[in-house]
Design a protein around this ligand. Structure first.
Ligand code: ADP
Length: 512
């Protein structure tokens, strides 16, 4: 079929064909009839609304709104109709089956020569997809906004949480930028060093309080050590402060790192250990004085007991002999304990005296093993291997180490009946291991048992001791430039080993 298109005056039939072919819904109402009924709709509108032409013609457009009557768009349409004006509204309409669609309605008024509105033409488009996208966007926006609010709250809470920790800590904290300018400090810092926040914040660390923090060791730590060795832990600095006197401080410094990258922030924690160190010192002094004071009369007692043994009358009763024998044993034990305590205080004051000489290492080990074997016949103490060399060192102290290790191997293995001692020459070291089949030592205790007065909690009550044997052993081995360590399996036993460096002639190698 072909149409003649006249530009000036199009054929009305052609215009109708255009309307029929359009995929936009078109509705025409007659405003001169009561209730402004629909007098024309095109197929696209039928498609849009789901109603057939027969169901549409004669009705007012409001039927498309179903019961959704209180929408703003309705009032806008009403106002436009009353004013006889054109308008564009977005109105919620419902198809015949009740499905909501968002209708973008262009409403245009047709007027006659006298200006009276005769018809309304409604051009209708389903913009539901666009509305849904807009709504989704809105929803998304609202959710994002809520997330930002939640995150901000979380951040604020965690900031408050952190700052309450920072303020509760009994340690002075300073945060600085990379130029050592103070960004913040906690109250503990202010009260300990008797300064105000105004004198502190924004100032350079070394200028604080008339340069009282211009401490060479601190400078060295911050500028030389920290950049290469982050963090710096437990760095001791002693300094005389103008108002608060001499302070011993333990410094811990971190360059703040975030996801592997250094930020321009330095955190410096200052622990004042002056008082703690004084107490430790007083305790050490007491220990030293007490053990000296006890040792002097005890030495006399040891002498008297030995004299009693020598002067024992031939006819002395067995009971008497046994009493003197036991007295000697316990006096000797007491003497041993005091010697150990004195050793500790000598180590503490750096006064442990070593008497080094060349001696036969294997003979020393054999004698130590034999000594304990005689005293504890119930246990089988086996000795395997040889160093095969003379050694230059303090024989009596090394005997003390060995005796201590074997005694512990017996003491902490009440259900076993053997201890093994291995001696060997490994490269330029003599290695000695003492293996027991006792209770073993838990992983987290293995380092601590070398500290002075440390004893494994659970077993303390059942076994006598002061927790200083291994500490002394460790110091003795260190004084011979050796290494000392333990391997252990809980419930199975432990192996304490030490190595001592030797040169070709068996001399101790000086690594110092
Ligand atoms: P002491 O035996 O007087 O307590 P030590 O310094 O010799 O002091 O030992 C410290 C602690 O190490 C002991 O209290 C014990 O808990 C643990 N320990 C030492 N040797 C052994 C061992 N062979 N087996 C299990 N635990 C041990």
């Amino acid at each position: 079929m072909s149409f003649a298109i006249k530009h000036n005056n199009p054929d009305p039939a052609l215009l109708v064909k255009v309307l029929e072919a359009a995929n936009t819904g078109v509705v025409i109402t007659d405003n001169l009839l009561p209730d402004n009924p629909i007098i024309y709709c095109n197929p696209a509108f039928e498609q849009l609304s789901g109603y057939s032409r027969d169901e549409i013609i004669g009705r007012n457009c409001r039927f498309l709104q179903s019961s959704d009557r209180s929408q703003q768009a309705r009032f806008d349409i009403r106002a436009a109709i009353d004013a006889g004006e054109n308008c564009v509204v977005q109105v919620r309409n419902y198809t015949k089956t009740g499905v909501l669609f968002h209708n973008e309605l262009y409403l245009s008024a047709v007027k006659n020569e006298s200006g009276e509105v005769t018809n309304f033409i409604g051009i209708q488009n389903d913009v539901s997809a666009r509305v849904k996208a807009e709504q989704d966007l809105e929803q998304n926006y609202r959710e994002t906004e809520q997330t930002v609010i939640d995150r901000t709250n979380m951040l604020r809470e965690s900031e408050e949480y952190l700052s309450s920790i920072v303020e509760t800590i009994r340690e002075s904290l300073i945060v600085m930028d990379k130029e050592y300018k103070v960004l913040s400090v906690n109250n503990h810092f202010l009260s300990t060093f008797k300064v105000s926040i105004n004198e502190t914040k924004g100032r350079l660390l070394y200028e604080l309080g008339n340069g009282q923090w211009n401490i060479p060791e601190l400078k060295k730590m911050m500028e030389d050590i920290l950049p290469t060795n982050n963090p710096v832990l437990d760095y001791e600095v002693e300094h005389e402060f103008p108002h608060i006197g001499r302070k011993l401080m333990l410094l811990n410094a971190h360059r703040v790192e975030l996801e592997g990258k250094f930020k321009d922030r330095i955190l410096l924690a200052i622990e004042d250990i002056t008082e703690r160190r004084n107490i430790e010192q007083r305790k050490d002094d007491f220990l030293s004085i007490a053990s000296h004071e006890l040792k002097t009369p005890l030495t006399t007692v040891v002498g008297y007991v030995q004299m009693m043994q020598r002067l024992m009358p031939e006819q002395a009763s067995d009971k008497f002999r046994s009493v003197v024998g036991k007295t000697e044993m316990y006096v000797e034990r007491l003497n041993q304990l005091l010697t150990e305590l004195l050793d500790v205080s000598r180590i503490q004051s750096g006064n442990i005296e070593l008497h080094k000489d060349l001696f036969d290492f294997d003979k020393m080990v054999a004698e130590a093993v034999e000594g304990i074997q005689t005293a504890t016949p119930k246990y089988q103490i086996s000795l395997k291997g040889k160093a095969g060399t003379q050694y230059f060192g303090d024989e009596s102290h090394l005997t003390q180490v060995l005796t201590n290790l074997i005694s512990n191997g017996i003491k902490y293995a009440p259900d076993a009946d053997e201890v093994e001692v291995y001696v060997s020459r490994v490269s330029n070291f003599i290695k000695v291991s003492v293996k027991d089949f006792g209770m073993g030592i838990k992983e987290d205790e293995r380092k601590k048992i070398f500290e002075r007065f440390y004893r494994v909690g659970a077993i303390q009550k059942n076994f006598p001791g002061m927790g200083i044997g291994l500490y002394i052993c460790d110091q003795i081995i260190k004084n011979h430039n050796g290494s000392f360590w333990v391997e252990s399996e809980l419930g199975k036993g432990s192996v304490f080993s030490f190595t001592l460096p030797v040169d070709q002639d068996g001399r101790e190698v000086d690594h110092a």
